[in-house]
Design a protein around this ligand. Sequence first.
Ligand SMILES: [Mg+2]
Length: 202
Amino acid sequence: MGRPKIFLDFDDTLFDTKRATLSYFKDKYGIELDPHRWYCGNQFYEIINQQLEKKISADVFWKDFADEFLASVERHKQVEAMPQMVPVVKELAEKYDLYVVTARQEEGKKSMFYLFERDIKGCINFAHFAWARSRKEKEYFSKKDFIQSRWGENVCYMDDNPNEIKEIDPFLPSFLFDPKGFHKETPFKRIESWEEFANKIL
Ligand SMILES: [Mg+2]
């Protein structure tokens, strides 16, 4: 039996990736998105495609995103850890197994591992990617299904996306990471900082 597990989202939970993401879209499509707004998943495609003169398919959009942004270590050099994430994760890793669960495509994992190496080396036990073109049996393997398939002592989950919290909270205590106050009206348990998470869990 392993140690108790905590499941954590990656983008805008562990690392503040929004600025780098938006700067890729600006370079690629010449479209500037509002950095003060909360976006989730396919909204990026929908908003950008709407503004493009020459429309593209979602498949092309997300494949380019994986190859040119997710896989680019260069584009991730500007990405910073969320405030106080590094010391809290280092402390958590002494007691728990930390699993990252992300909607990112597995094809781009090297930039994610670059950030783990740089800031929280040795702290992450496993990373699950919901999307993987190479995973023949199941290209999409949701966060919820993955977490449910991990047996043993599962402690909690934290994500900045209320749609994921809604899926996972019914079977695992879940926290909505919301440091910028995008979701103040949420029915879920909100966490405003990594210190607050540490106070709850450690
Ligand atoms: Mg996220």
